[in-house]
Design a protein around this ligand. Structure first.
Ligand SMILES: [Zn+2]
Ligand SMILES: [Zn+2]
Length: 272
């Protein structure tokens, strides 16, 4: 069974295109039983994509209204996607997705998922054009994302592959890249926090595989990692995108269940 649940949902209060009300209606119309909102937590180093402190208050009020509207019909939660470098408290949120969007090098924050040209410029100017060195710093940062953000779910583990469809810039099957990714994965596996299977870049037509890539997902399964399906939705249409396809792949790799978050803790939902 594929859970009708998504915990990675953005609204207009950060970089999403729709309101909380529009997102809730879309999820409900698609038959969803659980919808978690995960606005980008405030980051002082970059205010362009996250919720301002004022919007965070409006976000709570809006979602509280949706919780009442769908009471008894669909569970709605007020979560946050907490960035690695955010220093804000997450205590008032129902749950936390911990995500690395930036790396810190030479006194500057470098966003890894903004634009292909931007990524190329960062690699050229700060890593001597060497994508492996760039990947090394990213995965070193990502390895600490649980320690840093104390999440319930690990967000888009290998976000640096966003612009690398067809191994355009680096070979994701190559030993050196896999070593960096797996070292980071193993550090995170020790925390017991599940990894999201994120279809956001598939919806945008950038990737044909989710985060983590299928190569890494197989390794996650072998190492006993747990998963949560997520569409990292920034608009109504994307809610639940490609869940059937990635759930099928997960089954083939040997995952027997996926997890959903509830206020009583994570629950296992069998994938068969
Ligand atoms: Zn993110
Ligand atoms: Zn997100």
């Amino acid at each position: 069974m594929i859970p009708k649940a998504n915990y990675h949902t953005h609204t207009k209060y950060c970089d999403g295109k729709n309101t909380a009300s529009e997102m809730a209606k879309a999820a409900f119309d698609k038959g969803f039983t659980h919808l978690g909102f995960s606005g980008h937590g405030y980051t002082a180093y970059d205010e362009s994509y996250c919720m301002s402190k004022e919007n965070t208050q409006k976000y709570f009020a809006d979602i509280a209204a949706e919780k009442i509207r769908y009471a008894g019909k669909m569970e709605i939660y007020t979560g946050v996607e907490q960035d690695f470098f955010s220093t804000e408290s997450t205590e008032m949120f129902d749950y936390v997705i911990g995500s690395t969007h930036c790396i810190y090098k030479d006194g500057l924050y470098h966003c890894v998922d903004e634009a292909e040209e931007k990524t190329n410029a960062i690699v050229r100017e700060f890593f001597g054009g060497d994508f492996l060195k760039y990947a090394a710093l990213y995965f070193e940062t990502e390895a600490q994302v649980v320690a840093k953000t104390k999440p319930d779910i690990i967000g888009h583990f290998d976000l640096i592959s966003k612009f690398n469809e067809g191994n355009k810039y680096f070979d994701m099957d190559e030993k050196a890249y896999r070593f960096l990714a797996l070292e980071s994965m193993e550090e995170l596996l020790r925390t017991g926090v599940p990894f999201e299977i994120n279809t956001g870049a598939m919806y945008r037509g950038l990737r044909t595989e989710p985060y983590p890539s299928y190569g890494l997902l197989k390794e996650l399964q072998k190492r006993g990692g747990e998963i949560v399906l997520s569409s990292d939705s920034h608009d109504c249409d994307s809610i639940g995108f490609a869940f059937g396809e990635v759930a099928q792949a997960c089954r083939e790799f040997g995952f027997r269940y996926t997890k959903i978050w509830t206020p009583e803790g994570m629950k296992e939902i069998p994938l068969d």
